[in-house]
Design a binder for this molecule. Structure first.
Ligand code: ATP
Length: 325
């Protein structure tokens, strides 16, 4: 398998809401290598879920991809027929969304739902595979006969992850899979996802609000703000030395579990309305480091050491940034 699994380029998604379309994903680039764990963080409404849905080609009206490409193992999913996509989904990449109760069919047993997924693909699957994947996520295969309501919230999320593993995909896309669980169940599910990832070698794209989860589990970190990637790099590098003032604000807004106790400082104000984002840098109205050029120039992602940051403070020169803008 080639190292480069996913290559997202210039991806733009709009919600057509009439006069002013909401551009929820704005020219996003993202690379995921085989076996990598990529976390995506950002405040509510910054476009994280829309980005995941766009990557998986699961958007529905009024949302639509208005530009860019999503190459998975070299094939552009944006222009692919629904039939080809259906063959790839679950087999080569799978998706686990926020609430398993909504994703699972309440009137079918877990086993029947696994069979439906298997039947939808022309793959030969060992009869024992459903039991095997349930065991992998720590559920007794006896529960193949159970209905979703007979399982706890944590077990339902595990069952969804088991389903996502049926064909041992190369990539699993997860949208806050642990958010409905209590903190202890969250952590144990994350540890299990990480162990499975190490064992089976799949890559993960993981959206969360929880900075402590990404700090422990993801290799790479994407920080989104107002539909754009504002910082990208190795998780450790971003946590140790955030280069974008928004990342800094996000990190300062979360308590450190083991570090010294420091007062938490939130980010003042609220994210902008994406139908009419502020001019220049989208974060400038809330940014403690904003200066006079920030409302005038749209920053690009600039390389700063090992990370990329969309902040004019990192532009090689304001003159060159002006030219691009
Ligand atoms: N059906 C819709 N019509 C119009 N705008 C929408 C619609 N759904 C989402 N949006 C807008 O798209 C933007 C991105 O939403 P999205 O759900 O992707 O953000 P998010 O970062 O995943 O938020 P959360 O963390 O709360 O799940 C938001 O500003 C939201 O207002």
């Amino acid at each position: 398998m080639p190292d480069q699994l996913l290559e997202v380029r210039d991806l733009t998604v709009s919600y057509d809401t009439g006069e002013h379309p909401v551009v929820a994903v704005d020219h996003v680039d993202l690379d995921v290598q085989a076996g990598e764990f990529v976390g995506i963080v950002g405040e509510s409404g910054c476009g994280k879920s829309t980005l995941l849905f766009a990557i998986a080609q699961l958007l529905s009206s009024p949302a639509a991809i208005t530009g860019g490409s999503v190459k998975f193992l070299g094939q552009n999913l944006v222009t692919m027929s629904e039939k080809k996509l259906a063959a790839l989904r679950w087999r080569d990449f799978s998706v686990v969304m926020q609430s398993a109760m909504n994703a699972l069919n309440p009137v079918k047993s877990i086993g029947a739902q696994f069979q439906d997924t298997i039947m939808a693909h022309d793959e030969v699957v060992d009869d024992n595979r459903p039991a095997e994947v349930l065991r992998l996520v720590g559920i007794d295969p006896i529960h193949l006969k159970s209905y979703p309501h007979q399982l706890s919230g944590g077990m339902r999320q595990r069952a969804m992850i088991a389903m996502a593993l049926l064909f041992t995909p190369d990539l699993i896309i997860m949208d806050e899979p642990t958010s409905a669980l209590d903190v202890v169940a969250q952590r144990s599910l994350m540890v299990q996802i990480k162990e499975l990832q190490r064992k089976l070698g799949f890559a993960v794209i993981f959206v969360t609000h929880d900075m402590s989860l990404v700090s422990h589990f993801s290799d790479k970190l994407v920080v989104m703000y107002a539909g754009q990637v504002v910082e990208f790099g190795d998780t450790r590098a971003v946590f140790d030395h955030p280069e974008h003032p928004y990342s800094e604000g996000l990190l300062d807004a979360f308590p450190s579990i083991r570090g010294p106790k420091v007062p938490l400082t939130g980010i003042p104000g609220a994210p902008p309305n994406l139908a009419s984002p502020p001019p220049g840098c989208r974060f400038q109205p809330r940014c403690p480091k904003a200066f006079e050029d920030c409302p005038k120039i749209e920053p690009e992602l600039y390389q700063v050491g090992a990370v990329q940051s969309r902040c004019l403070l990192h532009a090689p020169s304001i003159e060159s940034a002006k030219e691009v803008s």
